[in-house]
Design a protein around this ligand. Structure first.
Ligand SMILES: CC(C)(COP(=O)(O)OP(=O)(O)OC[C@H]1O[C@@H](n2cnc3c(N)ncnc32)[C@H](O)[C@@H]1OP(=O)(O)O)[C@@H](O)C(=O)NCCC(=O)NCCS
Length: 167
């Protein structure tokens, strides 16, 4: 599969917003609100990658769109460091795949490339989390070498915490 991770661009607006609307219980476009113009949203994502104008409690993070054959199929959010919330619940990397592209190995490839990226930033041991009930995400994390550390309660549901350690 020729899957490419890249930053959001100005001409992604229509497709990225369509993808965003396909996830009722999960935030595809992080911190996106209807009030912000698309151009400003793209700039904000770039700022956050550089650690500029971060909202309180946020760490520098890279937002990548995943593209296959020129089509947006998913996204990754790669946190460059952990704070208390991320250590306990959020982990280093979050990802999602649009419903019509699932079960084709896209999340597996997004995670593989995201691990390459974060290791390039000097993070060797990568924390990943998912809800206990998210069988798909747990399978993707375990296939990437994730070792379950524990389960904690988050918003009333068990959340799995895994480490993917550099070999
Ligand atoms: C979880 C998610 C990212 C998986 O994406 P995906 O592209 O379908 O995953 P992959 O195709 O790489 O899956 C690889 C393997 O994981 C397992 N898997 C994936 N989804 C599964 C599911 N719904 N049920 C059971 N196993 C699943 C399978 O073993 C699969 O291999 P197979 O299709 O050959 O059987 C996707 O369902 C999603 O975006 N969900 C909503 C957002 C989300 O939960 N993100 C993760 C937050 S922690």
């Amino acid at each position: 599969m020729r899957l490419n991770l890249r930053e959001l661009q100005d001409d992604d607006e229509r497709e990225a917003l369509a993808a965003h609307s396909e996830f009722p219980d999960w935030e595809f476009l992080l911190l996106h609100t209807p009030e912000i113009t698309w151009h400003d949203y793209v700039l904000r994502c770039r700022d956050h990658r550089l650690g500029i104008n971060l909202p309180k409690g946020r760490v520098p993070a890279t937002f990548f769109i995943a593209e296959v054959d020129g089509e947006i199929i998913g996204r990754a959010s790669i946190r460059h460091e952990l704070n208390t919330f991320l250590t306990n619940y959020g982990g280093h990397i979050g990802y999602g795949v649009r419903p019509q592209f699932r079960r084709r190995g896209c999340a597996t490839e997004i995670l593989r490339q995201s691990l390459d990226y974060i290791r390039g930033l000097g993070v060797d041991d990568v924390l990943m989390t998912c809800f206990d009930e998210n069988i798909g995400s747990a399978a993707v994390i375990e296939a990437a070498g994730g070792q379950l550390e524990n389960k904690v309660d988050f918003e009333g549901k068990p959340l799995r915490r895994y480490w993917i350690r550099k070999q």
